[in-house]
Design a binder for this molecule. Sequence first.
Ligand SMILES: *Cc1c(COP(=O)(O)O)cnc(C)c1O
Length: 361
Amino acid sequence: MARKINFYAGPSVLPVEVLEELGKEMVDFKGSGLSLVETSHRSAIYDEVHNNALSLFRELLKVPENYRILFLQGGATLQFTMVPMNLMGNGGTCDFTNTGAWAKKAMADAKKIGRVNVVYDGSAENFMTLPDVSTVKPTAGSSYLHITSNETIGGVQWKEFPDTGDVPLVADMSSDILCRPLDVNQFGLIYAGAQKNIGPSGLAVVIIREDLLERQADNLTAYMAYKTHAGEDSLYNTPGVFPIWATELVLKRMKRLGGLEYFDKINKEKAEVLYQVVAQYGDFYKCPVDPRYRSVMNVVFTTPSEELDKAFVSGATAKGMLGLKGHRSVGGCRASIYNAMPREGVEALAAYMEDFARENG
Ligand SMILES: *Cc1c(COP(=O)(O)O)cnc(C)c1O
């Protein structure tokens, strides 16, 4: 079987050895005579997978003891609601940096729960840049300050994080969690949907500083309260058994390869390969993003016309390279090159980009 090269933004590429192991163990998990996905989530067999995934996550990201890691469902989108419900208490104010499509969605939901101050608004620059972190300050009385660490659609990524003092910094890291080492102490809460840089869809990860578990609104139903999940080790209700199992395998592989230092290095190298081609063929390709904030996960670029963008994408598809069409809201082209994208995939794309520019420039 010839595997395609997968540049989809999400769900997205998974390591082939993880897919193979899932296949191998799918019907008879470790000789148990059952599939893990038809086994009780209270069984010893599942418990081991669940706890392994949680502890590998803690180990890889060096999550300090006073933070809890929660495995939830509802994607990052449910966190747009759960974060304000749990952190603003009974009515309050939070701060947002408006950096693009995902920040806007998170902000729209937070506004239904409390008051939102916009402390940075990138709309005038069409969201192609980010603020200097030293200028990003929380407002007085704010419950938290929210950033989107990587705007998946715009291809814009924070390289440093603002110091928000006593006000917890909250980050939506859906598309770049685990792409680089992180000082988790800089954050009050981190959340991410799994299907970009972790595993399959159906899992969202929340990392929350323990003291923040006490802030929740009084009227929260069980699922909506982080405290419920923290008190039950993310087993209050049936977890996403399959995505958590796949995540365990992804994290094991990451550890084996050298952890986040390794991925930081190769992610930067992979992104550089593509940004170099864009620079080298600068009369043909344009990357609209401020060079200081270009994402190592989602590389966006355009050709000289919409017709050529289309031809670029269909030519790539014919060569087995999928998912290069830019998001419908911005157009152009986008290569999502998450942790699991091998360097060879990026090199194949770079070679095609060069050929395409020479033939059509
Ligand atoms: C994909 C994405 C989301 C939405 O994730 P779901 O899991 O589909 O809810 C939110 N934020 C960012 C930055 C994303 O890339």
